[in-house]
Design a protein around this ligand. Structure first.
Ligand code: UTP
Length: 300
């Protein structure tokens, strides 16, 4: 369903920062961008494009590194392959092959050096239309399911203005793996006002158990903030520092708490979980995988 029919559309473009080094997936990422690693049979980047399109985006702007320029060619049509599949009557496969190109327009901007997530987002500013007052950012490492978080975030921006982020609630002893929000109630369930954010706090220092989940609906003011912050350790420009600056300047920032699943497919352990989760939802794999998992887990 087109999200714009449910709420006035808050954004047209979805920025997908994908210029990181992917060190946690070496050696595979020597040759394959981690965004193209398949979750069962579909690359993570296509799952992200599906989410963005369902939330009403017309366009996905992939921020790539010079080495990963080929990432967006995944979204090109492949007439030769498509003809072959059609001639062989493989129409189910043909539909799968055509899906990516049909979702939304895909363009790229290049981040020449990995100078941080904030710097990556900043590279996309030059290709936004003058009338785009907000933009969505989807981190391709995070699968947020079921879809709908961006719709809820758009509704919150419509009501409160400013920028809206997505949070998941995590166990208190796991907060140190996340960026954690310092929040205040708004009176609306699962909508919280953000006072600040702490990166990877010790459990005793964590301001809450609400952790960042890789989805942002950012007012265009973020680009000015990204230009006004100074790089942190390693010369990296952090997106969270720019959000913190906006908060300090009185810009409204809220989070929507997502009460579903979130898989971190940017590391092998999370990626495997996502693959198993997705496979268990596929009729053609579920029974045999479930049987094998039972057997495997019961053996010693
Ligand atoms: P991460 O630091 O989690 O991912 O960045 P990474 O650098 O790709 O992977 P590791 O840590 O080396 O294994 C979060 C997101 O921000 C993007 C990454 O591509 C990822 O989607 N990013 C990060 C950039 O686009 N540019 C950067 O300079 C840094």
């Amino acid at each position: 369903m087109d999200a714009s029919r449910r709420t006035p559309r808050q954004f047209r473009s979805a920025i997908v920062p994908a210029a990181g080094l992917g060190t946690r997936f070496l050696p595979a990422t020597k040759a394959v961008p981690k965004e193209l690693l398949p979750v069962v049979d579909t690359p993570g980047i296509e799952l992200i494009a599906e989410e963005a399109a369902q939330a009403g985006a017309d366009r996905m702007i992939v921020v790539t590194s010079p080495e990963k320029r080929g990432l967006a060619t995944y979204f090109d049509e492949q007439p030769e392959l498509e003809n072959t599949l059609a001639q062989r009557g493989r129409f189910g496969l043909l539909e799968k092959v055509r899906n990516a190109a049909k979702l939304l327009d895909v363009g790229t901007v290049v981040q020449r050096r990995p100078l941080g997530l904030g710097h990556a987002v900043l590279q996309a500013e030059s290709v936004l239309g003058a009338d785009e007052s907000a933009v969505a950012v989807l981190l391709p490492d995070d699968l947020v399911l079921p879809h709908g978080a961006l719709d809820a975030m758009a509704t919150v921006r419509e009501r409160f203005g400013g920028s809206v982020l997505c949070a998941i609630e995590v166990p208190a002893d796991e907060v140190s793996a996340y960026g954690v929000f310092d929040v205040a109630a708004t009176g609306e369930p699962d909508v919280l006002r953000v006072r600040g954010m702490v990166e990877k706090p010790a459990p005793a220092d964590a301001p809450s158990t609400f952790a960042a989940a890789g989805r942002y609906l950012l007012d265009r003011a973020i680009f000015g903030a990204l230009r006004r912050i100074t790089p942190g350790a390693g010369g990296e420009l952090q997106l969270t520092d720019a959000v913190a600056l906006l908060i300090a300047e009185g810009h409204p920032v809220h989070v929507v708490v997502h009460r579903g699943t979130r898989h971190d497919i940017g590391n092998p352990a999370g990626y495997l979980r996502a693959a198993i989760d997705f496979a268990l939802q596929r009729e053609e794999y579920a029974d045999s995988l479930r049987g094998w998992l039972h057997e495997r887990l019961n053996a010693r």
